[in-house]
Write a protein that binds this ligand. Structure first.
Ligand SMILES: Cc1cc2nc3c(=O)[nH]c(=O)nc-3n(C[C@H](O)[C@H](O)[C@H](O)COP(=O)(O)OP(=O)(O)OC[C@H]3O[C@@H](n4cnc5c(N)ncnc54)[C@H](O)[C@@H]3O)c2cc1C
Length: 414
């Protein structure tokens, strides 16, 4: 128990992937008070028009720590079992079966679907329209201030035993912990995303990438008969995305092969991104430093702890891993009657080194997307044993529960 006779109070900022999973893993506990503040309104993110591939490591971790949530997500997604790389003219460069480097498949899902699945069971603890505006620590512990976006009412929550920042890449709690805003590190690459109907002749299925020089198309099918496409191209150093590059004709030109005709898959994607250009979400590749907080009673998780480039699809994946380890440490601390202030340092001890490895590997794997890159040589090293061993570490070396439970099922028995 905490120092007073009340139940320990846990506040989660942000019901994204990390925040929702942590709340889900704790929602049946009667020995703590749980409040989750989410900025958006209930249906606001449902139209978020993109897809996600979540790595095998997240599914492995969830099967250990959050088996019901893992089951729900797997049942509502498509399996991610292969990773192919080719040039847009059809020349094959890599065909990796994930069972060579992972214990189970990953998944493909629409982002809006994932958020809806994760938030649906949280009606008792989730406060929508609640935007955290600040936080701090005083004699009573940690406090947060928040505004109700529907009514503009200002609120304050005091006496928080554990504040968990699941408020994403631009986390207000991260800014408090770091003492101010952080300048992200940009990789001078535009990454855009679009979701569109697959249609009857769609040649896209599992996860594939197609390069024309450093310009890359990444695509896969997601449930509901949609295709998710994430395209990229280099942009000038330190600059914004040139408006001229956002035009359909320029997008087409970026991926048309200089030698030969586009493959069936590349031609389909080029036609689709130009047809749906007005729906595209534009972003730039960026990353920040890894920190889980360094403050007793405040824990950063997911993107708030390790904003990384999404090249290996590990942002949401690592948010899942963080959530699993956080739930494990909170359950253990509650069971032992320990103050929850011990949790952040324990999560950091288990996750920080792994997060640094993932951030670093994601950045190194971005080599083929940088200005002047050659996708042929840049892909070759990804087919060699050293990179495959790193992928094996990435997909298999998930932190096992401290309390100890049976290992999850492996690929062959799924
Ligand atoms: C182009 C692109 C493609 C990507 N593709 C993949 C991929 O394929 N696979 C993958 O694993 N990752 C991918 N990622 C990364 C992934 O989306 C993130 O890493 C992941 O969503 C992080 O989860 P999170 O829980 O930390 O934060 P989020 O999922 O971002 O959730 C943060 C939540 O906090 C809420 N919030 C924010 N501020 C406040 C506030 N002040 N008060 C209250 N609530 C707040 C938000 O509304 C949101 O619900 C991609 C990212 C990008 C940009």
């Amino acid at each position: 128990m905490s120092t007073s006779d009340r139940k320990p109070r846990i506040v989660i900022a942000g019901a994204g992937i990390a925040g929702s999973l942590i709340a889900s893993g704790l929602r049946d506990r009667t020995d703590c008070e749980l409040i989750c503040l989410e900025r958006v309104a209930p249906q606001e993110q449902e139209e978020a028009g993109t897809g996600l591939n979540i790595g095998p490591n997240a599914i492995k971790a969830m099967r250990w720590y959050l088996p019901n949530e893992a089951e729900t997500i797997v049942c509502n997604s498509l399996p991610w079992s292969v990773w192919t790389i080719a040039l847009t003219n059809g020349q094959a460069l890599m065909d990796l079966r994930l069972d060579a480097v992972a214990d189970n498949p990953g998944i493909r899902i629409r982002w809006a679907e994932l958020y809806a699945l994760l938030r649906q069971p949280l009606s008792d603890t989730l406060v929508y329209n609640a935007e955290l505006t600040g936080c701090g620590q005083d004699d009573n512990g940690t406090f947060v201030t928040w505004v109700n976006r529907a009514t503009s009412d200002l609120r304050r929550l005091n006496g928080i035993d554990l504040l968990i920042a699941g408020d994403g890449r631009y986390s207000a709690v991260r800014q408090f912990v770091l003492g101010g805003p952080e300048t992200p590190s940009f990789l001078n690459v535009c990454l855009y995303r679009v979701l569109f109907p697959a249609g009857p002749d769609c040649p896209i299925d599992d996860y594939g990438q197609w390069f024309n020089g450093p310009n890359r198309l990444l695509a896969y099918k997601v449930p509901g008969d949609f295709v998710y496409c994430a395209g990229s191209f280099p942009i000038p150093a330190g600059g914004q995305i040139p408006e001229a590059m956002k035009q359909p004709a320029a997008l087409r030109q970026a991926y048309l092969p200089t030698e030969g005709e586009p493959s069936r898959e590349a031609a389909f994607l080029i036609d689709s991104i130009t047809r749906y250009a007005s729906r595209i979400h534009w972003a730039r590749l960026q990353e920040g430093t890894v920190t889980y907080g360094h403050k007793a009673g405040i824990l950063l998780a997911g993107d708030a702890a390790h904003p990384m480039v999404p090249t290996l699809g590990q942002g949401a994946t690592q948010a899942c891993e963080d959530a699993c380890v956080t739930v494990d440490e909170i359950r253990l601390a509650l069971d032992a009657g320990e103050p929850l202030g011990v949790v952040p340092a324990r999560v950091e001890a288990r996750q920080a080194e792994r997060a640094r490895f993932v951030v670093d590997l994601s950045r190194r794997a971005t080599d083929t997307m940088l200005a002047g890159a050659d996708p042929v040589s840049g892909t070759r090293w990804k087919t060699e044993p050293a990179f495959q061993q790193e992928l094996t570490k990435l997909y298999r070396d998930v932190s096992p529960p401290r309390g100890g439970v049976a290992a999850p099922q492996h690929w062959s028995s799924l």
